[in-house]
Design a protein around this ligand. Sequence first.
Ligand code: NAD
Ligand code: UDP
Length: 352
Amino acid sequence: MLRFQHEINNWEVNQVASTVLVTGGTGFIGSHTTVALQKAGYRVVILDNLHNSHAYVVDNIAKITGVRPAFVQGDVRDPQVLASTFRQYTPDAVLHFAGMKAVGESTALPLVYYDNNVHGSVTMLQAMQAANVRTFVFSSSATVYGDPQQLPIPESHRREATNPYGHTKLVVEDVLANLWESEPGWRIARLRYFNPVGAHPSGLIGEAPQGIPNNLMPYVAQVAVGQRDKVRVFGNDYDTPDGTGVRDYIHVMDLAEGHVRALEYCRDCDSSELLTVNLGTGQGNSVLEMIRAFEQASSRPIPYEIVDRRPGDIAACWADTQLAEKTLGCRATRTIQDMCDDAWRWQTSRVE
Ligand code: NAD
Ligand code: UDP
């Protein structure tokens, strides 16, 4: 309760602090990034339509940081909402997380995905142009590398999309490059995330998938808590040490802190900038290793069965992190065990 007494409104904090607009800020990565931004002294305005998140996340961010971000419930495809948000809050940068991210759903609903992810991004960029705001941090994905030709994957790796979701990321990356070439003054970071997992160590915010989780770690967490019977491990005949898929899992707070660095990099550069950088740990872990780490975090056995490979899956994927270290001074420090411990705390403490 004491925490509430100390809670202050975002706008009373510091009149000279920079204000940033975080779209999708009540979602998984956006909420953790809001915490990291507030800790770094930024004032945050969240814009989210709550399609895949809940308004209580704003309360929980305030409990963690002691500062309540401003919240606008609205859609990034709505030019009027964007114009009034820019007018009211005068942000000088945008971190754009809002979008849809389920690969399978994107194959079933491609128009919804292009509308939300591509049209939504273009509408935001138009609103930024009108408001003369030219610093933009974009949530891209390692999915733009398709089936990797080399490991670790450098940013120069060829890009390909194997599904509509991935294609929306490719298109927006290209829109940003074209915009940067056409108009001086844009400072743009295209951040390619590997596999964000974990939760804030407070257990107050985390990943809250609706329905059956598509991703491994939220599924494992639901098995550990008894909500689902067993994990289905999609294939153990890959060319990897234990035959199961290998990915570069990064703690969501390391990812969040990477955004603060990327924002600072953009703000500090002399004029225009188009930065494209991987955010991962540079380490690969298998499905079975992740299940074992979660067993340790939860002190419970996690039953699993090996089933067929999931169509479209690749064997292994991890990031070359040299550019992130060189340009952003960014190095992930949290371990797989931290990721599982924090995800378990979130899974067992969340109330909805
Ligand atoms: P999330 O679904 O938890 O968060 C996205 C947020 O955006 C949600 O709160 C949702 O309500 C909001 N939103 C969606 N469409 C909107 C719209 N039209 N207007 C306003 N708000 C809208 O997803 P996340 O995991 O936090 O992902 C954030 C971004 O990072 C997405 O663009 C995603 O594609 C990208 N990304 C995620 C991952 C991952 O594994 N989580 C990996 C790579 C890239
Ligand atoms: N995976 C699995 N069972 C699941 C979900 C995922 O075995 O229920 C595997 C998947 O085949 C991949 C890894 O876990 O090797 C990570 O999958 P996720 O969907 O989390 O991320 P992505 O495939 O997008 O990297």
